[in-house]
Design a protein around this ligand. Structure first.
Ligand code: UDX
Ligand code: UDX
Length: 460
């Protein structure tokens, strides 16, 4: 056990999407940071200032703070917590098969830290954990001279550094006010909103925030279905709803629904945790069901657009990452969509600007190519799954020309469709009218197909 705890020295356990970005930001802000990472490859990369994950701006920052000596990657907990005043736990909390959060990594990291940490240190839980976990860790701890707080993260992948440099709020929960204040001082500036509370409330602020945003997305996806049945335009509807400051336009983006490392596991974990307390969280059950339906709806549009059979059809999938500006494929909608299409007999050619390496082992039957034009060459249809800017800026006339078919299904409503229709293609999206079909097509009107039924689109 080392000498006095010094809050200038911070130890972060876990160099993942959250731990590594947090470590780099704290080092940038002048703290001396040690990252304890069990994965030898990740540790080796961080030790030389290379980021093992794709996150805008992280490579540059990491190489700077490692070169300055303010951030070091270490193997042992002893090295990591030596003299540290605050130890941040950012290890994984993957879902168990029944949806509960698996806390084994958190418990192991905490036990190892408690064996070495300096008297007076604070252990701040940044991993997303079910209600009452932080208090239980404190209760079960062998060290009365160490306190625990919940320090939830709200960063979004793809804009994580920005979110940490300018946090919209800092939330810290715990039963020891002094410890809570010490951790709350780590992020943000004098004008940053800080909410200090008890640990259980902080745990539920985290889950509640993710679950509410996920529910908001599922709501707009249900509205999108109704738009398809009534001929309305979901983007207009979302714009209109979003004008109400009580609603807001953000996270009213209809499409393939939510994925990623957080929403799917946190929504299920919250619903499961409520169940353990005897509560049926109906809203979340519905949000989960609507979300999985969105992938099936997207697949159905391709199936119908190609005449009801995908046997021997070649489909180009644009985008694999769960959202743009990340290489993270965890719970990415693309994985489900590709599997559904392959199970229906389609041959998939997929592309993504940064996530191809991670996709190779996850999509063994698909052909993965870096160039989107190569991906669409000879394709009977294109499915746009991740709204990377490169796909918005595609020369759709050229793309349609390279395809065998001319059906483009936009699962993120990120194209306005004119580029596709002017390129001779048929544009299908989520919650909006199909465009570009010949006037005589069944149910079509001047503006395009009136109802949600996507009729078979004749090949080019
Ligand atoms: C993690 C949590 O999973 C999530 O609940 C929370 O909201 C934010 O932090 P993320 O950073 O995305 O999310 O996790 P992941 O990318 O899996 O990183 C965890 C890292 O911890 C991995 O690099 C893993 O190797 C490392 N780890 C895990 C340790 O260093 N020690 C351990 O004992 C366990
Ligand atoms: C989320 C939370 O936003 C963040 O605060 C928390 O810390 C971690 O989880 P992240 O998973 O990086 O961040 O992604 P986010 O930008 O929230 O998107 C989540 C999912 O919702 C993505 O799959 C995205 O494509 C989808 N989404 C988002 C929609 O389908 N429609 C929208 O309008 C917004």
């Amino acid at each position: 056990m080392t000498s006095e705890a010094d809050d200038q020295i911070i130890c972060i356990i876990g160099a993942g999407y959250v731990g590594l970005v947090t470590a780099a930001r704290l080092a940038e802000a002048g703290r001396e940071v040690r990252v304890v990472e069990v994965d030898a490859d990740r540790r080796a990369a961080v030790a030389v200032g290379l980021s093992p994950i794709f996150e805008p701006g992280l490579d540059e920052l990491l190489s700077a703070v490692v070169a300055s000596g303010r951030l070091r990657a270490v193997e042992t907990m002893k090295e990591g917590v030596a003299g540290a005043g605050i130890v941040i736990v950012a290890v994984g909390t993957p879902p168990t098969h029944d949806g509960e959060a698996d806390l084994s990594q958190v418990r192991l990291a905490v036990d190892q830290a408690l064996a070495e940490v300096a008297p007076g240190a604070v252990i701040a839980i940044k991993s997303t954990v079910p209600p009452e976990t932080t208090r239980a860790l404190g209760r079960d701890s062998t060290r009365q001279d160490v306190t625990f707080v919940m320090f939830p993260e709200f960063l979004r992948e793809g804009s994580a550094l920005e979110d940490l440099r300018h946090p919209s709020r800092v939330v810290v929960g715990g039963e020891d006010v002094a410890a809570v204040r010490r951790v709350a001082a780590l992020l943000g500036g004098p004008d940053t909103t800080r909410l200090l509370c008890d640990s259980v409330s902080a745990e539920l602020i985290k889950y509640g925030s993710n679950a509410f945003l996920a529910t908001k997305i599922s709501f707009i996806n249900e509205m999108a279905q109704l738009c398809e049945l009534t001929g309305a335009d979901i983007e207009k509807v979302a714009d209109g709803m979003g004008l109400d400051p009580r609603i807001g336009r953000s996270f009213l983006g209809a499409g393939l629904g939510w994925g990623g490392s957080c929403f799917p596991k946190d929504v299920r974990a919250l619903e499961t945790s409520a169940g353990y307390h005897g509560q049926s969280f109906w809203l979340l059950k519905a949000a989960i069901e609507v979300n999985s339906q969105q992938r099936r709806r997207f697949t159905a549009k391709l199936l119908r657009g190609l005449g009801g059979s995908l046997e021997g059809r070649r489909i180009a999938i644009l985008g694999l990452a769960f959202k743009p500006f990340t290489d993270d494929l965890r719970q990415a909608p693309a994985l489900e969509v590709v599997r559904q299409l392959e199970d229906l007999g389609a041959q998939i050619v997929a592309t993504d600007p940064v996530a191809l390496d991670r996709a190779r082992s996850l999509l063994p039957r698909a052909t993965l190519v870096a160039d989107p034009y190569e991906a669409v060459t000879g394709a009977d249809a294109v499915g746009l799954v991740t709204e990377w800017p490169v796909y918005r800026e595609l020369d759709w006339g050229r793309a349609i020309g390279l395809m065998r078919g001319r059906l483009v299904v936009d699962g993120r409503n990120c194209l306005d469709g004119t580029d596709v229709t002017e390129g001779g293609g048929v544009y299908v999206s989520m919650g909006r009218r199909t465009r570009g079909l010949p006037p005589q097509a069944p149910g079509s009107t001047a503006e395009g197909v009136y109802s949600s039924t996507v009729p078979p689109v004749p090949l080019g």
